[in-house]
Design a binder for this molecule. Sequence first.
Ligand SMILES: O=C(O)[C@H](O)[C@@H](O)[C@H](O)[C@H](O)COP(=O)(O)O
Length: 252
Amino acid sequence: MADTNKAAVEVFEGDDLAVSLAKYVADLSNKFTSERGAFTVCLSGGSMLEYLRKLPEPPYLDSLEWSKWHVFWLDERVVPKTHEDSNYKLALDGLLCKVPIPPGNVYAINDALSPEGAADDYERRIKELVDKNVITLSPTSGFPKFDLILLGMGPDGHVASLFPGHPLVQENKRWVTFIKDSPKPPPERITLTFPVINACAYAALVVTGKTEADAIHSALGKSENPVKLPVALVSPEGELKWFLDKDAASKL
Ligand SMILES: O=C(O)[C@H](O)[C@@H](O)[C@H](O)[C@H](O)COP(=O)(O)O
């Protein structure tokens, strides 16, 4: 079961989830841009971008310090950036083309490389940003500490591209790794690893829909023999907040 002591769980109806998520991200943007002049955010694919739809709107469109944002992907499908399956494309169309984030602060994967090559390249680029102090390191674990990681969850309890029963769930050295047999298509992806996810300052888990209710129950409900789904391994050094809708929370 996830460490719910430090996790806040909120259940929303209708538009309230998107309204609350936008405020949560905006408050963190204000905090980090004023405290350290940068805000490092990791986006997920799937429905996450839909739930971020209120961010590129008033009052946030004109009030956030978008120029200080640095955008990464928690996981990315190894497809061309113009492909319908690309998480970059999803974020570009849903958010990035609507807000003034400098293109140089948007860290898409190199889509000309193999999954191995793209993961190595992404890790190397994160290391360069650690050297430049754009990304800090966790004093506890030595892994990169993103300011905010936005996670979705699949019905099987996967987060990022870390799937139940897959050896990548145990990866504890690499910052970024790759998968060629993802059970969720497309099969080739790169993903940040659990030590990186768990080094972050803030994490939001956004989960909606009836098909997710069992995995949510397994992670957050009271169960005698909890199965450790990947989602239950999200336990950041910082703060975790769950944004659920009524369907996802229906078995709690
Ligand atoms: O690229 C991906 O496939 C994702 O990053 C993945 O981890 C996603 O966040 C979940 O599968 C939830 O997807 P939904 O929000 O669409 O259910």
